[in-house]
Design a protein around this ligand. Structure first.
Ligand SMILES: *Cc1c(COP(=O)(O)O)cnc(C)c1O
Length: 495
């Protein structure tokens, strides 16, 4: 693949309007001005357009391909929410406006969106209050653990030092607990994929600050013993934390606030149609019961007695600021629009489809791939490629095969407790036809692992880069990217 620098020919230019002849208001301070010309590639406009368009086509994207990546939940964002986020009245608001004299009046619409979104989240989850401020799922977790710590501090619970986390939790859970200063205790799973209650009972003590549970777990399973677990944790004044990143598995079926949890976060970018992936902005609203409410971060959006909305900073027990301004407003706006557009019935339908689709794929692949836990799954299922690995074809090889079939691979090697894990999440938005194509390709991979396992060493053949050294690629992005051009590199060059 050519780099744009390799296309550079001295003197080639694109076109733009003549420079403005209106004098600039202020010249750039010479100490900040560039002293040498920047070494930019010189290419014609058409070359630049083609270069970037071609690069964009090398990307796998939900707009072009099926994307069954597990533990990532919704991948498709309906376009109406983009239109909503682009409405000038919202888009052009300055984040400082509410704090300027008279600014609160000019931002009533935005404040109403935030206020009502909090109310909607409370209604969906059974919690008393929400903060919309956290900027990602993991940030929501950290906020939740900070609330947990504030609660124990206020109660004088000075012995608290452990957070219990089952081994089926998302990897961010122990990371968040550790960043907040807690030590973690890992609880193994039982043969059905639930938490081992004997091990849990042994771990519960007055030193336990709380328990973090990913629901559904990273095995895609619902924990049947939640009530008993909550009782155990509450018996030592611990806080029950619900990682609700993947709430689309449970909407309208059960509410975390009703089943013993004190605190949760939601990933709007996994359940409520806000863009996701590529390190872009997220939103991880956190809900709490009354017992944690006074510790919530500021600012809070309040509704005054005259019906107008305002920002309130007067919470003396608050953990303080956790984000600039009011969170990722444009994402929250999309989530608000999506929730209202679908309505209660629509959201429940979404969950029904997400779970049905995951179970359909699980049922059809079960004869070919080893299923970790043979139970109904929630929004995703976890297989192991152990049978195929015995023939020399590993999960990574199947992933590379799928790339050539124009399918984004499922998540592989996660959860880490499952050898050769393949975690499949179709989501609610895919048709049966698309899922059937994927299933057929997965079955084809299994057959090929029997008839010609060595063929897998060649995949992918269609991409410019075939099999980069994954460790090096992660650590040394710039050079390693070009070390291992695949058979597809020539084709991409010719294109
Ligand atoms: C994605 C995910 C997270 C982390 O969310 P980010 O927005 O990526 O920080 C946490 N828990 C679960 C279960 C997840 O799926």
């Amino acid at each position: 693949m050519d780099l744009i620098y390799e296309k550079s020919v001295k003197g080639r230019r694109g076109f733009r309007y003549p420079q403005s002849d209106v004098p600039a208001k202020a010249a750039v301070d010479p100490q900040y001005a560039r002293r040498e010309e920047a070494p930019l590639p010189e290419v014609a406009e058409l070359d630049a357009v083609r270069h970037y368009t071609r690069l964009s086509q090398l990307n796998f994207s939900i707009d072009t391909q099926f994307y069954p990546l597990g533990s990532c939940t919704m991948k498709y964002n309906p376009k109406f929410t983009e239109a909503l986020a682009g409405l000038a009245g919202f888009r052009d608001l300055h984040p400082l406006l509410p704090q300027l004299p008279g600014g609160e009046q000019l931002t009533q619409g935005a404040l109403q969106v935030l206020y009502e979104l909090e109310q909607l989240m409370c209604a969906m989850t059974g919690f008393a209050h929400f903060t919309l401020q956290p900027l990602a799922g993991a940030h929501g977790e950290l906020t939740g653990i900070m609330l947990m710590a504030a609660y124990h501090k206020a109660k004088g619970n000075s012995t608290k030092k452990y957070v219990i986390i089952p081994d089926s939790a998302h990897g961010t859970n122990p990371a968040s607990a550790a960043i907040a200063g807690y030590e973690t205790i890992s609880i193994p799973s039982n043969k059905d994929g639930g938490m081992d209650l004997t091990a849990l009972k042994a771990a519960v003590s007055p030193e336990v600050a709380g328990l973090m549970m990913t629901v559904p777990s990273t095995y895609g399973l619902f924990e049947p013993n939640i009530s008993e677990i909550a009782q155990l944790i509450h018996s030592v004044d611990g806080i029950m934390y619900y990682d609700g990143a993947n709430l689309n598995a449970c909407l309208g079926k059960c509410r975390p606030g009703d089943i013993g949890f004190d605190c949760m976060h939601i990933n709007t970018h996994k359940t409520f149609t806000t863009p996701h992936g590529g390190g872009g902005p997220g939103a991880g609203p956190v809900g709490v019961t009354e017992k944690l409410a006074k510790f919530l971060p500021i600012s809070r959006v309040v509704k005054k007695t005259d019906g107008s909305f305002a920002l309130d900073y007067d919470y003396p027990d608050s953990v303080g600021y956790i984000a600039s301004f009011y969170g990722n407003f444009a994402l929250l706006l999309r989530a608000y629009g999506y929730i209202l557009m679908l309505g209660k019935e629509g959201l429940i339908e979404t969950t029904n489809h997400a779970v049905l689709n995951a179970n359909y794929i699980m049922a059809r692949l079960k004869p070919y791939y080893k299923l970790c836990f043979d139970r109904l799954c929630m929004h995703e299922s976890v297989f192991s490629a152990a049978n195929q690995a015995a023939r020399g074809v590993h999960a990574i090889d199947i992933a590379k095969f799928l790339i050539d079939q124009n399918i984004h691979p499922p998540t592989v090697y996660f959860p880490i407790s499952v050898p050769e894990a393949i975690m499949i999440e179709p989501t609610e938005s895919e048709s049966k036809q698309t899922m059937d194509t994927f299933i057929d390709k997965m079955i084809e991979a299994d057959q090929l692992s029997k008839t010609n396992p060595s063929a897998f060493k060649e995949f992918p053949k269609t991409t410019p880069i075939a099999r980069p050294d994954e460790t090096k690629a992660a650590r040394d992005v710039h050079t390693s990217f070009f070390l291992s051009p695949g058979p597809g590199a020539k084709a991409a060059d010719a294109a």
